[in-house]
Ligand binder design. Structure first.
Ligand SMILES: NC(=O)c1ccc[n+]([C@@H]2O[C@H](COP(=O)([O-])OP(=O)(O)OC[C@H]3O[C@@H](n4cnc5c(N)ncnc54)[C@H](O)[C@@H]3O)[C@@H](O)[C@H]2O)c1
Length: 437
């Protein structure tokens, strides 16, 4: 538990970032951090690098940068490593992903070429559309031990003070928690017996948590969101957070829906469709991976609109989400939303949103912020689910029995108030009566 006088260990020494899945998002993140370090570009979209935080009254004029307020790791101290089923180094992976221009990548080419993925803990059973040569052998327990070995070697070779892990791997097939996921003991038994309920993303999460490394999950698959790994995280005092980076269409949804609800405008339908042509789109073309993503994307409206509290407005709307793999677009996704709303006396209206976004450009700063904030959580002694990092996720993890907060503005308030709390500053309530006394 944190308190107002939480001791925050200093962010000294090098911070290792280990990434299972070094495709479009991971390579855009790594290239971006290096480009920022070299002064080639700005870290746009990153709360830890560009965000500010108001402290005290509006008249106090105290609005430091977040990174000047809490002791965060310096991006110059970050060292990268990771795993992929393809052996491409980060320069090759970036070129294939086609997100960043060659003119930018060529300025950081030797650095990017120096990062080569370690063999992955992977099975095609969990990502039907993928197969690659750079994979580990043995049982699932062997994979877990090899992943831990990779991390230890990386820590040693780079003289790392701390390490964090962020899953940027493909979306795995839809799995539900079952007996093998319930306790640390049943999970470890399952690893030894190659239980089919244990997906590779769970193995990386297990390895990280075993080694005391904070873990964040950027995809919608369960990964650390099972009782066994949450129990292990508590035992080992490790922060975990997830799931599924909140970018693109869901970001728009969690911006718009709270606004409509705050004005008590009703909803009769929300139809969302996407075209995208990157590898993520190809993986999501498989119905079992899409089902995992669909669950993640569908849940947001229900929780924001609270139909049980507003039956006249939200008890009978249709919500559909479609993802269409369309290769010509590459990473430049197009997300359309048709929103059927109704106002005063039930009169209908429509809103159309056409977001021509770039998936990995939206995801990269989120990866950076999760690295830096999860490392902060570790240095504060925070363990288990980090709900204050919901701001970055489509399906935020939260304590059993709680409903997740999806409203972007509540999530932002939660994040900033957590930082204020950690530093013993007053919460901001926006009451403001003191200005009128
Ligand atoms: N880009 C976004 O806006 C966004 C938003 C939310 C979530 N995500 C999720 O982030 C993840 C990464 O997206 P991306 O666009 O980089 O996809 P990508 O296909 O370019 O990269 C994923 C990489 O993971 C690798 N991989 C798969 N299983 C692995 C395993 N077990 N071990 C090691 N590597 C493995 C693949 O080989 C691939 O290179 C996806 O799950 C995606 O759904 C992305």
């Amino acid at each position: 538990m944190i308190s107002k006088d939480t001791k925050i260990a200093p962010a000294e020494g090098k911070l290792g970032v280990v990434v299972p899945g070094m495709g479009a998002v991971a390579s855009t993140f790594i290239a971006g951090v290096e480009a920022v370090r070299k002064g080639i570009a700005k870290p746009i979209g990153s709360m830890t690098q560009m965000g500010t935080i108001r402290l005290g009254k509006r008249t106090d004029n105290r609005t430091p940068l977040v990174k000047d307020f809490v002791p965060l790791a310096d991006i110059n101290d970050i060292v990268f490593g990771g795993w992929d089923i393809f052996p491409d180094n980060m320069y090759e992976a970036s070129c294939k992903a086609g997100v960043l221009e060659r003119s930018l990548l060529d300025q950081i080419k030797p650095f990017m070429e120096g990062i080569k993925p370690w063999p992955a803990a992977f099975s095609k059973d969990y990502v039907k559309k993928l197969d690659g040569p750079n994979v580990k052998k043995g049982s699932k327990m062997d994979w877990a031990e090899q992943v831990m070995e990779d991390i230890k070697n990386f820590q040693k070779a780079n003289n790392l003070a701390r390490t964090v892990m962020v899953w940027c791997g493909s979306t795995e097939i839809f799995l539900k928690p079952e007996a093998v996921h319930q306790t640390v003991e049943s999970f470890e038994e399952g690893l030894r017996k190659n239980d089919p309920g244990i997906a590779p993303s769970m193995i990386y999460a297990y390895a990280a948590i075993k080694l005391g490394i904070p873990y964040a999950n950027g995809a919608p698959n369960l990964s650390a969101d099972i009782p066994a790994l949450l129990e292990l995280a508590k035992r080992n005092n490790v922060p975990v957070c997830g799931k599924d980076f909140k970018t693109g269409q869901t970001l728009m949804k969690t911006i718009l829906a709270p606004g409509l609800k705050s004005r008590l405008l009703g909803l009769s339908g929300w139809f969302s469709t996407n075209i995208l042509g990157n590898r993520d789109g190809e993986v999501l073309d498989d119905p079992q991976s899409f089902k995992t993503k669909e669950e993640s994307k569908l849940s947001v409206l229900e929780h924001i609109l609270q139909p049980q509290l507003y039956p006249d407005l939200y008890s009978d709307y249709t919500h559909k989400v479609r993802i269409n793999y369309y290769p010509p677009r590459g990473d430049s996704k197009e997300g359309w939303d048709n929103i059927d709303i109704f106002g005063w006396l039930g009169y209908p209206m429509q809103i159309k949103v056409d977001f021509l976004c770039r998936d990995s450009i939206l995801a990269a700063p989120i990866v950076l912020d999760l690295v830096i904030f999860n490392d902060l959580a570790g240095r504060c002694g925070m363990s288990g689910i980090q709900e204050w990092l919901s701001f970055f996720f489509k399906s935020p993890m939260c304590a059993p029995g709680l409903y997740p907060e999806h409203d972007l503005f509540i999530q932002q308030m939660k994040l900033k108030n957590t930082l204020r709390y950690l530093k013993g500053e007053d919460m901001i309530t926006h009451l403001g009566v003191e200005y009128y006394d």
